[in-house]
Design a protein around this ligand. Sequence first.
Ligand code: FMN
Length: 198
Amino acid sequence: MTSTPLRLAVIIGSVREGRFGPVVAEWFAGQARGHGAFEVDLIDLADYQLPHALPAVSPLMDPNPVRPGRGEELAQRLSDADAFVIVTPDINRSFPASVKTAIDWHFTQWSRKTVGFVGYSGRSGGLLAIEGLRAVFNELHAHTLREYVSFPRFYQLFGSDGQLLEPAEHEAAATEMLDQLQWWATALTGARTEAVPA
Ligand SMILES: Cc1cc2nc3c(=O)[nH]c(=O)nc-3n(C[C@H](O)[C@H](O)[C@H](O)COP(=O)(O)O)c2cc1C
């Protein structure tokens, strides 16, 4: 455990009505709080709903574009985070558009930080979304963790109370990922103060 808790943003990626995402995210946020190294900020993209149309000057060129609605609040919460975990379903073998939009409205917020993933869906358990997100975050100078947590056929795994029916395997996967997240977030938080190559 570090002396100063690392700030971990857990992001609920699905924004659709009737989504299951918050159940998975709440479960993972509980695991992260119990781990001891992290101060957890649970971010629900449904609270922000940034437009899919990006601004004329992208966040790549202008780190402070005018973000509509409560977009500035989201940008600040992402800036404050030392590390991220994206909670994502597979939608047509990829991540939902809401996740890509939230990513694309930001640039510096992801840079030189580490990202972990919790996936859930039908047969593929979120793994197709996760693998796609690795390529996206690579472009943003973010490091993605090898470890992940996956819930194939999630509807068979959670009870109506939102708890896992047989938690041991997924709790172990979460601990393994959180241990890695702690290591990478600690290393990158120290390194971010150093000058970066132009
Ligand atoms: C349009 C659509 C496409 C989907 N594509 C996949 C898929 O490719 N693989 C899979 O395992 N599940 C797929 N699913 C199942 C979703 O992952 C599942 O419905 C999940 O609950 C969606 O997350 P949410 O409830 O938090 O929105 C798809 C669902 C929808 C509605």
